[in-house]
Write a protein that binds this ligand. Structure first.
Ligand SMILES: CC(C)(COP(=O)(O)OP(=O)(O)OC[C@H]1O[C@@H](n2cnc3c(N)ncnc32)[C@H](O)[C@@H]1OP(=O)(O)O)[C@@H](O)C(=O)NCCC(=O)NCCSC(=O)c1cc(O)c2ccccc2c1O
Length: 266
């Protein structure tokens, strides 16, 4: 597959996947998601690879979720369902791929991990954050939600109260706060992030691949039912995206103006 939105390198047993749209704060469009799935599957199929690192290009962002400027466009979210799993993005397949690839996935969070980008790091096995990283969900602020892994699995990671706070308030959290709530495994200075991720990858590569695979399956088993909820969530989201309420969230962001959700409370 020709890779335009993602960089992919394989060295010494590790695969590094970099979301490469720094001009859009590494927000993803339909093509980005397809390329991510393709690269994760390649790493899955390659027996020489024992660990995957997911990161973002540049210093600003890991990933800021769906590209709000391409929403509704061809190549963005088209809301037409089909293979897109409801919203015209194969995001559900990507979530499944990160969860099911039988190798540990390390998120190296180099900046903003917001919205759907935050969900990606939550789904990775481990998160190493730069001191400059910022974490948060944005859905209710911009007319969206992830009622599948993005909320239910997040609650398992940080606890019910904190997950509800993260989604209801849409605030941003520092790397320190992320570590305190169990969202982040380790924090390092920004210029040491990639080296730190590679150091952990090397430690993992020294371990039994079968033991790691079975442990990952075991950790996954307890939350596997969320997959069913995710399908329902994507179906409902596709319908929500076609409403004025959802459009208000997206348009306010694009027009750089305060959002007006109160009119939907009448
Ligand atoms: C990330 C920010 C908090 C950064 O704020 P800051 O003030 O530092 O910078 P700017 O706002 O000026 O941004 C700089 C520049 O980048 C552009 N940009 C940033 N994020 C995006 C984006 N997501 N899409 C498109 N473009 C983006 C921004 O427009 C600026 O460009 P200019 O040309 O104007 O200079 C802040 O940027 C921010 O809050 N970003 C938006 C985050 C957001 O709304 N993300 C989408 C949330 S919804 C989502 O991601 C989502 C995805 C899914 O796939 C789902 C799947 C299933 C269920 C739910 C899903 C879901 O909710």
């Amino acid at each position: 597959m020709e890779l335009l939105d993602v960089l992919y390198e394989k060295t010494n047993g590790m695969a590094k996947i970099t979301i490469n749209r720094p001009q859009a704060y590494n927000a993803f469009r339909g093509r980005t998601i397809r390329e991510l799935i393709w690269t994760f599957r390649d790493a899955w199929d390659d027996n020489r690879i024992g660990v995957v690192i997911l990161t973002g290009a540049g210093e600003k962002a890991f990933c800021t979720g769906g590209d709000q400027k391409e929403k509704g466009d061809e190549g963005g979210y088209d809301y037409n369902g089909g293979l897109g799993g409801g919203i015209g993005l194969e995001i559900e397949n990507l979530h499944q791929t990160i969860r099911n690839i039988p190798k540990p996935v390390i998120a190296a969070v180099n900046g903003y991990a917001i919205g759907g980008g935050h969900v990606l790091h939550v789904l990775c096995d481990l998160t190493i954050a730069s001191e400059t990283a910022k974490f948060g969900q944005a859905g209710p602020k911009v007319g969206s939600y992830d009622a599948g892994f993005g909320s239910a699995y997040l609650a398992r990671v940080v606890g019910e109260k904190k997950a509800r706070e993260i989604w209801y308030l849409c605030e941003q959290y520092s790397a320190e706060e992320g570590k305190e709530m169990g969202l982040v495994n380790k924090i390092v200075p920004a210029d040491q992030l990639q080296a730190a991720a590679e150091e952990w990858a090397d430690k993992i590569l020294a371990k039994s691949p079968t033991a790691l695979k079975m442990l990952k399956y075991s950790f996954n088993a307890d939350s596997a039912n969320i997959q069913g909820i995710t399908q329902l969530a994507m179906g409902s989201l596709a319908m929500f995206y076609n409403t004025d309420e959802s459009a208000e969230g997206m348009n306010a962001f694009l027009e750089k103006r305060p959002v007006e959700f109160n009119k939907f409370r009448k």
